[in-house]
Design a protein around this ligand. Structure first.
Ligand code: CA
Length: 223
């Protein structure tokens, strides 16, 4: 999933980002309410994690303003206080979930997962293209019945191409889905990642599945 974390405390923000990335998500971070709101309007996220205590704008207000602008992305509010009045305020802001700090990271992960399910149809069905099989639940990949071991980014790229099999996936889409916003788009990282993925998926097979669409991007299909 692509997630946005809005939290001004750098340590907490990077702890959350790292944990979510280890669980296979792509995570952007904003350190102020207005920046978070801007990113949430600009990009498509599967879920937002908003801290209530921000220097410029309360997380609940960010959520309310986003809802007023038609952004329906599921949101989880974090707050240091755990009073019922705060909870009510939290829910009135249009947030979907509420957690008080300090929180258990596994609980945060579970809640983010459930928020993601609200914004996306279930995606646990096995995907297959020719003799390539992908199991999104376990992130297991097999080609010709043989298991293929991929890095987290290679897996994200493969799943993206397989879900859109037969269609062209642009380089911009790949950058949006596989990297966070701090990635430098001027580098040739997409090409490098595609090369590594091809080495693992196509190199040993006569039938190639990943094809370059010159000047646009890539497509996955059985020729
Ligand atoms: Ca804070």
């Amino acid at each position: 999933m692509r997630l946005l974390v809005v939290e001004d405390e750098q340590k907490v923000a990077s702890f959350i980002k790292r944990g979510l990335e280890e669980a296979g998500h792509v995570v952007d971070v904003a350190h102020a309410g207005a920046d978070g709101e801007y990113l949430a309007l600009l990009n498509h996220y599967d879920a937002l994690i908003l801290d209530c205590m921000l220097p410029d704008k309360d997380g609940r207000q960010v959520c309310r303003d986003l809802r007023a602008q038609g952004v329906t992305t599921p949101a989880l509010l974090l707050t240091a206080r755990d009073t019922s009045a705060d909870k009510i305020l939290g829910f009135n802001s249009g947030a979907d979930q509420y957690m008080s700090k300090p929180f258990d990271f596994n609980e945060l992960l579970a809640r983010v997962r459930s928020l993601g399910r609200q914004s996306r149809p279930p995606r646990l069905r096995t995907l297959s293209v020719a003799d390539l099989e992908i199991d999104p639940a376990s992130r297991g990949v097999r080609r010709g019945g043989r298991e293929v071991s991929l890095t987290s980014k290679e897996y994200l790229l493969l799943e993206l191409l397989a879900r859109r099999a037969g269609q062209v996936v642009t380089r911009t889409e790949i950058m949006d889905q596989v990297w966070d916003i701090h990635h430098d788009p001027m580098t040739n990282t997409v090409d490098v990642l595609v090369k590594h993925l091809r080495d693992k998926i196509d190199r040993d097979f006569d039938r190639k599945l990943i094809h370059t669409v010159r000047g646009v991007g890539y497509t996955m299909k059985e020729e």
